[in-house]
Ligand binder design. Structure first.
Ligand SMILES: NC(=O)c1ccc[n+]([C@@H]2O[C@H](COP(=O)([O-])OP(=O)(O)OC[C@H]3O[C@@H](n4cnc5c(N)ncnc54)[C@H](O)[C@@H]3O)[C@@H](O)[C@H]2O)c1
Ligand SMILES: [Zn+2]
Length: 283
């Protein structure tokens, strides 16, 4: 929020007005902050997104959600402000730190799991040492996110909830990690493993389908087991604050089969505790 104020002041000092536009060049943090500033400056000026991380190219630069963090939490202050243009250059990914490159695959694998089982073949054929993504693979992921957002732009809650696959427990793991140095994709990969385990119990996902997704996460060196310092109690505390636990209902996004996600409300305490125990075992 402080950065948003600073940027607005800086725009005014430089005499920008409603005829100006903002360019967000960077990862998801920059995109969310710059998009937020663009949405409030003069009640909204255009924003061009130029995302430079995988998460930003396949996820955060699309769909119009912007926002800033406060001490009270993530995603509490924000707006919907669609970019007027998104430019993704795959070459920017080559300078990413290895860990940041790898974590991006959690969101790509999520897209394949919920909407595009054929993309699993393409991901299985990739060389994990090659720090490049083809423009076609980026475009394929942009298409998945864009179609879902078109169905439910304002998260009202409709199709957009499907994008939360792996995020309900993943976000709670991210929030409960005491040292705070867990990357988003590293929390989501454990969240995806949890969602796969719940899907096997509740919506009849076949173990082979589940294993295919786990093998891909492992291929991109994404962690799949919980650290000891992340306790079940902490995860549960954050889960209860999650907006997907609306009015006491537990909305989980689960898979019936690879490529086909659904909203489900049948997850019990017993399922959750079984899943937490499962996340403490090796793959
Ligand atoms: N708005 C949305 O719909 C949405 C969706 C998903 C995630 N997000 C948000 O996105 C953020 C995560 O985004 P992220 O994963 O891009 O992280 P990030 O923006 O923190 O970038 C990760 C790191 O990579 C560096 N970096 C960026 N591009 C680089 C490049 N080309 N070469 C070298 N280093 C580079 C950054 O400086 C940073 O240190 C989170 O805050 C999350 O809440 C928003
Ligand atoms: Zn995410």
């Amino acid at each position: 929020m402080d950065q948003a104020t600073r940027l607005c002041r800086s725009l005014m000092e430089r005499h920008h007005d409603r005829s100006s536009f903002v360019v967000a060049l960077g990862g998801g943090v920059i995109g969310d902050l710059a998009g937020f500033v663009a949405s409030i400056f003069y009640r909204g000026i255009p924003c061009v997104q130029i995302p430079t991380t995988i998460i930003a190219q396949v996820d955060s630069s699309l769909g119009g959600k912007t926002g800033v963090n406060t001490h009270e939490g993530k995603n509490l202050i924000g707006t919907y402000h669609q970019p007027c243009l998104v430019i993704s250059d795959p070459d920017t990914l080559t300078t990413l730190p290895r860990r940041v490159f790898q974590e991006g695959f959690a969101e790509i694998i999520k897209h394949a799991a919920i909407r595009d089982a054929d993309m699993l073949d393409e991901l299985e054929a990739l060389d994990p040492a090659d720090q490049r993504l083809s423009p076609e693979l980026i475009a394929r992921n942009v298409g998945i996110k864009a179609r879902i957002v078109e169905e439910d732009e304002r998260d009202s809650p409709g199709a957009r909830a499907l994008l939360n696959f792996g995020h309900t427990i993943g976000n709670a793991i991210e929030a409960s990690s005491p040292n705070g140095n867990l990357l988003h994709g590293e929390a989501v990969s454990r969240g995806i493993r949890a969602a796969l385990h719940l899907s096997e119990q509740v919506t009849g996902l076949k173990a082979d389908d589940s294993q295919r997704i786990l093998d891909l996460l492992a291929k991109f060196k994404l962690p799949l087991t919980l650290d000891d310092e992340v306790t079940n109690e902490n995860i549960l505390t954050y889960l209860l604050r999650d907006k997907t636990f609306m009015k006491g209902m537990r909305h989980f996004i689960l898979l019936e089969r690879n490529g086909h996600a659904i909203k489900n409300e049948e997850v019990t305490d017993e399922h959750l505790h079984g899943t937490f125990a499962h996340l403490r075992t090796g793959v």
